[in-house]
Design a protein around this ligand. Structure first.
Ligand code: S0N
Length: 272
């Protein structure tokens, strides 16, 4: 499956490309197993915000550069007092903003995992809608081993995926799990040979692209509403508002205001 990937913008820590309705975001720091520093996350946030507004993109593939790692989490070399410290010397945990952006993106995000998905890198794949794992993939949390933890999505979504007992095991023991174990516990959707990871991820993306974008968008919002509390409801309600704005009934309200007349909603039927 040959794709003509177009670079959307040049970045330092990531590669953001698109082709045939698919956006591909690659964490490009293989020398540290694709660990993220604040600048990496800032670039990813900018790319995902662009993807959100880009009508030509329907699905995102998130991956790491090389075969050894998807992402090894926060760059421990720049972890400072209160967060990860970038060039501006401000300590941040901006990966939390990225997690929310992935959840709120009205388009599916597929994690294509080769090698390690560890620590905050593991949480990133958990936040993605689907995960395709290569046979060499390794999953796990390291927080309690390295003096950190992600008790937000890193706890709540993981529990939803694998159940509380297993999620507690993953966090409390900090073990590593291979691709087949991950498949068995419902952590990933499929396991494929490493040399088929790209093709399989693109195939899944293309199958999604054949489907109704609004149906997919509403389904993602509904899945998230079930776990994301008021923020999830806001997303789903926002999508309902978007659809309502497309109706003559909603337009009547706006038009009546602008025309300084009483709205006539009576002409619209009530469905059972
Ligand atoms: C990934 C591992 C298992 C790979 O092992 P392998 O293949 O043996 O390679 P290594 O020789 O260990 O590594 C190769 C080079 O890459 C560097 N490196 C690897 N990971 C990191 C990293 N995370 N940060 C910085 N450098 C890294 C190695 O040092 C080595 O470099 P050289 O060749 O120069 O020696 C293995 O590498 C591993 O276990 N890595 C660490 C995994 C880890 O503990 N990650 C951090 C976990 N925490 C987070 O991710 C925090 C996320 C976060 O921001 C957050 C969000 C919300 C709430 C809280 C937090 C929070 O701060 O916790």
């Amino acid at each position: 499956m040959t794709m003509q990937w177009e670079r959307v913008k040049e970045y330092t820590d990531i590669i953001y490309e698109r082709a045939e309705g698919i956006a591909r975001v690659t964490i490009n720091r293989p020398e540290v197993r694709n660990a993220f520093r604040p600048e990496t996350v800032a670039e990813m946030i900018e790319a995902f915000q662009h993807i959100r507004d880009d009508a030509s993109t329907g699905v995102v593939i998130l991956r790491g550069q090389g075969d050894l790692a998807f992402c090894s989490g926060g760059d421990q070399r720049v972890r400072g007092h209160g967060g990860y410290v970038g060039g501006d010397q401000i300590p941040r945990l901006n990966v939390l903003d990225l997690q929310r952006l992935i959840r709120q993106l009205p388009k599916p995000v597929i994690a294509a995992v080769a090698g390690y998905a560890i620590g905050g890198g593991h949480v990133l794949h958990v936040c993605c809608d689907l995960t395709i794992a290569a046979e060499n993939a390794v999953f796990g949390q390291t927080g309690p081993k390295v003096g950190s933890f992600d008790a937000g999505y890193g706890m709540a979504l993981l529990s939803r995926l694998v159940g509380q007992k297993k999620a507690k095991e993953i966090w409390f023991l900090c073990r590593q799990y291979n691709a087949q174990e991950a498949l068995q516990m419902g952590l990933v959707n499929a396991v494929v040979p490493l040399d088929r990871l790209e093709e399989e991820s693109i195939q899944w993306a293309k199958e999604i692209l054949e489907k109704s974008p609004i149906a997919i968008r509403l389904l993602k919002a509904a899945f998230n509403a079930d776990t994301d509390g008021a923020a999830g409801l806001q997303q789903l309600a926002g999508d309902a508002t978007m659809l309502f704005y497309m109706t003559d009934e909603a337009k009547e309200g706006k038009n009546a205001f602008l025309e300084k007349r009483k709205p006539d909603f009576g002409k619209f039927g009530r469905l059972p």
